[in-house]
Structure formats: C-alpha cells, structure tokens
Design a protein around this ligand. Structure first.
Ligand SMILES: *Cc1c(COP(=O)(O)O)cnc(C)c1O
Length: 399
C-alpha cells in the first residue's frame, strides 16, 4: 500500500484517492484532432472554443485562456493596475497561490478571517475593516495601521462554496475598490442564483489536475469589462504590439494555454453539469451519513449558496470524536483512504507572517479541525460506503 499519493498519479489497487481527474468523454478524440492537424501550440480552434464555452457557461462577455490559474490571477491583478505598495484583502484560509500573486506585483495582502460555518472570507469583518480601520483621504482608502492604500478585494471561493459577496460588492463600490474573484475552486457554484466568477469585476479559474474540470494544467481570466479583458490578453501574449516587427511597449508574459490542453478542456466542459451533479450526490450522502456521527460536523451550504462541493470537508471535534483530524487522517491512510487537512493559514507562513492581518480569529481552529474526504467525480458507491463505514468504525473504537 502506498503511503503517499499525488492527484493525477495512477491509483494503487484498493486505495481511495482524495480527488483525481475524470477523463471519459471526448478528450481523446479532440487531442487526436490537434495532433492530426498539427495545431498543438498556443493558437488553435480549441483555444477559441474553450474560451467561448467558458464565457457562455459563466455568463461573462470575455474569457482568456491561460497556462495556469496562478497566471490568470497574476494577469487579473496587472490588468486591474494594482500598484506596488497597495493592498489587497484576502482570506487567511486559502491555498497560497492567490496571495503569492499579490506579492508578484509588489502589492501586499491584508489577511481577513473566515466564517466559522462556511469557512469562506468573513464578509462582516471585511466591512468592519473597511469602515472602522481605514480612512478615506483624497479619494483613496488608507489602512490606518500600515498607511497603505487599499485597492482591491480578492474573495477566494474555497472548496466549491461561494463567499457572501453582496456586502463586499457594496463596500467595494462605495470605496472604489476592484473585486477580483478567485473562482478556481468553485466553477459552477451560484450565489443567490448568480454564477460565481460573474460577481466582481474580473475572475479567475483553474484547470489543475485536482480541480472540478482539468486540462492537466491551465486557467482562465473571465470578465465583462472590455478594457480588463484586452489588457489581460495583451499581457498574456508578451505584450506584443506589432507581430511583424516585434514591438513591445511593456514587459509581457507568456501565459497562454496550448490548443492540446484546450482540447481536453472542451471535452471536460461538455461534462461539467454531470460532474457537478456527482459532486453534490457525494456531498449529500456524506452529509446524511455523518449527521449523527458524534464529533463530526459536515461542511454546510449557506441558504444563499449553491455549492459544487469541490472538496468535501468536515470538522473533527477531538474531545467528542476521540481523535483529532491529523490522527484520523493517519488512521484513514492506513486503511487505504486518502484525506487531507485544509491549508496552513497563510498569514502565519514564513513569507507572510509580517504582513497585516485584521482580527484573524477562527482560521486557526478551522485549520486544526478540518479534514477533506475522497470526493472524485468517479468515486463509486462502494468506495463511498467504505469511507463512511471506516469513519463509523473509528468513531466506535474511540467511543
Ligand atoms: C488551484 C488554485 C489556484 C491556482 O491554480 P493553478 O492552476 O494550480 O495555478 C489558485 N487559487 C486557489 C484557491 C486554488 O485552489
């Protein structure tokens, strides 16, 4: 039995991985088409089609395919012209990638707390910070503690569930802030009926191997704003102003997605509704099974949310369950079931421990107690039963 398992690697017999890609549609045919026709690089019909399918699905006017989700976030920040030394609000409970991109451009994160029930960025504390800890001076919002200008908010919709974004949008409009959604984990989710990725000024998607749909690696910038779209596209293609003479007026990047990857993406997009239905089915069954399991609190869906349950997560109360989340992870691993904690809170990681954090109070408890369970789209009923039964047995053993 393997003791470590990377998403995307072949599954050892009997082992239930956390979350692996599902490739069973037209991927093979579309990739073959690229190879047969020779359109393998960064232009081609599948890139255009993948962008159109995505824009149509989310409802945005524009979509720009990128090499990764991280590249998409970097482009979004640059397109929005966030400047070095300015500040961007972001939750401390997230994968580090969005925070890293804030540093790529020389800006600074302002770490916000998470809601204890949804684990998402705490909207109330965002408003509290903006209205009580900042001053409006000469048409700019200044963080009183750092003296820096607050320019943007980056709500990261983690685990497939949306951030409570309306109060954030309202405050952003009032203080002239740009809202950059990191929708990399929540493609297809809805907030009060509206699509995640179509809520702020600009949004980013990811097609990494463990995301809802995958291109192996890839991302997308989506927006309704023609100026933001144009600039994101320009910077993603080396800021080339003249393709014959190679004139570049700015420092650019090569952040394009290849046609081969986009071909996989098109085939994946054809299946997205099936995948989401499967994710919700898995979540519903876990939710039911764990409702009466003492010490386990399954992730919840807010009334205003339609989650896609990308990464099924629960909280383990050590004093009741008899085992903490990390011991449970090891017990599951020894029984061939992969699970994983949430990310180490970013505000206390080495590169970020000197950045400003505003009343970050519940993130550490969530990090201590949370555990994500196997939730691949291809998870079978039998596999899910095994996860449920194993948890039940472990609970009994310790009772
Ligand atoms: C996956 C992920 C990203 C980055 O996507 P890549 O395609 O892996 O670069 C960014 N933000 C969050 C929250 C993610 O989970």
């Amino acid at each position: 039995m393997s003791t470590s398992f990377e998403p995307g690697a072949p599954t050892p017999e009997g082992f239930i991985p956390l979350c692996v890609p599902e490739i069973r549609g037209n991927e093979w045919d579309y990739v073959k088409d690229c190879l047969d026709k020779g359109w393998v690089s960064s232009v081609g019909a599948f890139v255009d089609r993948f962008e159109r399918m995505t824009a149509e699905y989310v409802g945005t006017k524009y979509a720009i395919a990128t090499s990764t989700g991280t590249a998409a976030l970097h482009l979004a920040l640059m397109a929005a012209r966030i400047q070095p030394g300015e500040e961007v609000l972001v939750s401390a409970l997230t994968f580090a990638a969005p925070v890293n991109t804030i540093r790529y451009i020389g800006a600074h994160p302002v770490f916000m707390d998470a809601d204890p029930h949804t684990y998402e960025m705490d909207a109330e504390k965002v408003i509290e910070f903006l209205t009580k800890a900042c001053d409006w001076q000469n048409g700019a919002l200044i963080n009183r503690a750092t003296g820096r200008r607050v320019r943007a908010i980056m709500p990261v919709h983690i685990l497939g569930h949306p951030v409570d974004i309306d109060p954030i949008l309202e405050a952003a409009a009032r203080f002239d802030l740009t809202v950059i959604e990191d929708a990399t984990e929540s493609l297809g989710a809805r907030y009060k009926g509206r699509m995640v990725g179509h809520l702020g000024h600009i949004a980013c998607l990811s097609y990494n191997g463990n995301k809802l749909i995958t291109t192996g690696g890839g991302g997308m910038v989506i927006t309704d704003d023609p100026a933001l779209a144009k600039r994101a596209k320009y910077l993603s293609t080396q800021a080339k102003d003249d393709p014959i003479e190679y004139i570049h007026e700015e420092v650019g990047y090569n952040y394009r997605l290849t046609n081969v990857q986009a071909a996989i993406g098109c085939a994946q997009m054809e299946q997205i509704d099936v995948y989401i239905a499967k994710k919700r089915e898995i979540a519903a069954r876990y939710g039911q099974a764990f409702a009466d399991l003492n010490g386990i609190t399954p992730m919840r869906q807010a009334d205003w949310a339609e989650s896609v349950f990308w990464m099924y997560t629960m909280l383990v109360d050590e004093s009741v369950f008899g085992m903490n989340s990390r011991d449970l992870m090891r017990e599951l691993q020894s029984r061939g079931i992969q699970s994983r904690p949430l990310w180490h809170p970013v505000h206390s990681l080495t590169p970020y421990k000197n950045e400003f954090a505003y009343r970050v109070e519940v993130v550490d408890t969530l990090y201590r107690d949370a555990l994500s369970l196997p939730c691949s789209v291809g998870l079978t009923d039998a596999q899910q039963s095994r996860v449920i039964d194993t948890l039940g047995e472990l609970a009994r053993v310790t009772a």
